[in-house]
Design a binder for this molecule. Sequence first.
Ligand code: TRP
Ligand code: SF4
Length: 333
Amino acid sequence: MKKTVLSGMRPTGILHLGNLYGALKNWINLEKENYNRFYFVADWHALTTGFDDAKDIPENTINMVIDWLAFGLSPEKNTLFVQSLVKEHAELFLLLSMITPVGWLERVPSYKDQIAQLGKVKTSNYGFLGYPVLMAADIIIYKAHYVPVGLDQVAHLEFTRELVRHFHALTKKEIFVEPQPLLTEVPKILGLDGRKMSKSYNNAIYLSDTEEETAKKIKIMFTDPRRKRRSDPGVAEECGVFMLHKIFSPKELQDEIKEACSKATIGCVDCKKKLTENLNNALRPIREKREDLINKKEYVKEILIEGSKRASKVASTTLEEVRDAIFSAKRLR
Ligand code: TRP
Ligand code: SF4
């Protein structure tokens, strides 16, 4: 039987190069495999820590999906949908919450990390504690085998598998699949300031940037700190500019730069000029497609509505099994 892959992204709005050449590239690569594929916008998850700025979520959803499509994710080969349009996720979340020990949730590493990061006030809500239960519901409702995610989500998948085993043990029914993370390699992409590229660090390059804005950003980008003067040799592998060359420039140029950087026979200004040209060339068709889709938001919404209907069919079939298992179980503890 055909296996299923599924992944989700919180609606952060427009995506930067790190998101695109990391997660999204992997989703597109999976189009070559013989899988059922589901990708969705986790808009309810955005509410778990962002109830106060929920008003941007619908627009961020559309803008993020525009970037998915512009970058080349196929709405035919994949089922693209929105979590909140498939109400079955909420029902499974509710049912799973009946059997989830609170202690398990308090032990999920991201729970403590996020409290430390965001503070007690923003994380004191019940839905925030239940984040992994909703995520488990998202995954197992489609009986997904593989979930392409970053390392930060591995603990959530571990939690999901544990919950699946717990459900099976309690109901004596084997309904779900224990999902495995798909940790495909992602290129390291640094932001303008040498830290990890991230929207919240304000150091990212976007599809929405014009070619001129992109050039300006690359101009101020951090390089290898060893190259204080033009005559100081550097190590390209440790330079954020070079990490982008590895994505956007041909192999010969990469080799040439690596060598020239180590001998200080190329200056960072020239190195950046070459990158700017190659990067803008590669992004040009993607940016054009994005511009086009911005004027076709109704079409994008239609894709998501259609995808959500398809997803709903699968999800509701699973839920019938789940209700049956729960309400026929002798005792649920
Ligand atoms: N928690 C994921 C993130 O922050 C988003 C997400 C929600 C997800 N539900 C999911 C990812 C199900 C994979 C599968 O990135
Ligand atoms: Fe980075 Fe290029 Fe400068 Fe080397 S020459 S430090 S790779 S920008």
